[in-house]
Design a protein around this ligand. Structure first.
Ligand code: BV8
Length: 232
C-alpha cells in the first residue's frame, strides 16, 4: 500500500476539547447553521458571526493536539509512501502535532479573508464586525472559512489525491456534509481500500469496507501501529 489519504472531521479534535457540530450540545445546537455558517448569515449579522468564530478561534488557540493527531503525524513520518491529510476542521491541531502539508478544505480559523478584494492575512484573535482589510481598507474582513453554499478549497488537488489512493480513511466525521462525505466513493472508484474510524457509524458508513468504532485517541493510534507493524 503506497499512498494513504485521510479525511478528518470535528470528531478527531473532540478529545482536545473542541466542540463538534452535530453531537449533543454541539456547535450547531447553540446556533442555526444558516445564521453563523453562511454568507447570508454574515451579511445579516456580522457581529453574531464574528463573535461565533472569535470564540472558536480563542478556544482552538488554547487547545492541545491529542493522541489521534499525534498518531497521524507519526504515520506520515514513518510510512514509506505518501500520507495526505485532508481536514474539514478549521483548527490547527494537525499542524501542532507535526503533520505537514495539511489540506484545509474548509479553511482555517487562523486565516482572515477580505470579502471585497480577496486579500488574505493572519486573523487577529478577535475580528470586529466591520474588520478593515489591511490591503484595501474596506471593512469587509471575514474568517477565511468555507461556509455552506461556498466552494470548498483545494478541490482539484483533493480529487487527484483520491484518484491515486491505495487506502482511504475517514476519521471523526459524521458524513453529513458534501463534497467531503462523497470522498469515500471517489476513493473506491480508484480501487482504494476504505476504512471509517469514528465514535459511531457515520451517515456514509455503508460505503466503507472496514469500520473501527471508539474514541479517536484510542482507535487511531492502534490503527497506525498496526499499519506500521504490518509494513515493517
Ligand atoms: C458546496 C465551516 C457547492 C467552517 C463548514 C443537499 C444534499 C447534499 C448536499 C447539500 C444539500 N444542500 C446543500 C448541500 C451542500 C452543502 C451540504 O453538504 N449541506 C449539508 C448540511 C446537507 N455543502 C456545502 O455547501 C459545501 N459547498 O457544496 O459548494 C458549490 C458548487 C459550485 C459553486 C459554489 C458552491 C460547503 C460545506 C462547508 C461548510 N462549512 N464549516 C466551520 O465553521 O468550521 S461545515 C462543518 O460541518 C465542518 O467544517 C465540517 O466539515 C462539517 C461536518 O462536520 P463533521 O466534521 O463531520 O463534524 P460533526 O459534528 O458533523 O460529526 C462529528 C463526528 O465525530 C460524529 O460522527 C461523531 O460521532 C464523531 N466523534 C465525536 N467524538 C469523537 C468522534 N469520533 C472519534 N472520537 C471522538 N472522541
Amino acid at each position: 500500500m503506497k499512498k494513504i489519504v485521510i479525511l478528518t472531521g470535528a470528531g478527531i479534535s473532540a478529545e482536545s476539547g473542541l466542540g463538534t457540530f452535530r453531537d449533543e450540545g454541539g456547535l450547531w445546537s447553540q446556533h442555526r447553521i444558516e445564521d453563523v455558517a453562511t454568507p447570508e448569515g454574515f451579511a445579516r449579522d456580522p457581529a453574531l458571526v464574528q463573535g461565533f468564530y472569535n470564540a472558536r478561534r480563542v478556544q482552538a488557540a488554547g487547545a492541545r493536539f491529542n493522541a489521534a493527531h499525534a498518531a497521524l503525524a507519526r504515520l506520515q513520518r514513518d510510512w514509506s509512501g505518501d500520507v495526505v491529510i485532508v481536514t474539514q476542521n478549521v483548527d490547527g491541531l494537525h499542524e501542532a502535532a507535526g503533520t505537514r502539508d495539511v489540506i484545509h478544505m474548509h479553511g482555517e480559523l487562523a486565516g482572515a479573508l477580505c470579502a471585497a478584494c480577496g486579500h488574505r492575512w493572519a486573523a487577529p484573535a478577535q475580528m470586529a464586525p466591520a474588520e478593515p482589510c489591511p490591503a484595501c481598507a474596506v471593512p469587509a474582513g471575514r474568517p477565511d472559512v468555507v461556509w455552506f453554499g461556498e466552494m470548498p478549497y483545494h478541490r482539484d488537488a483533493i480529487l487527484d489525491h483520491l484518484s491515486e489512493a491505495d487506502l482511504f480513511a475517514a476519521i471523526g466525521t459524521s458524513g453529513n456534509v458534501y463534497p467531503a462525505a462523497g470522498f469515500v466513493e471517489e476513493a473506491r472508484r480508484s480501487g482504494a481500500l476504505t476504512v471509517e474510524l469514528n465514535l459511531e457509524p457515520s451517515a456514509v458508513v455503508s460505503s466503507f469496507e472496514e469500520t473501527r468504532f471508539g474514541p479517536a485517541s484510542e482507535v487511531v493510534p492502534l490503527w497506525v501501529a498496526e499499519l506500521l507493524d504490518r509494513a515493517s
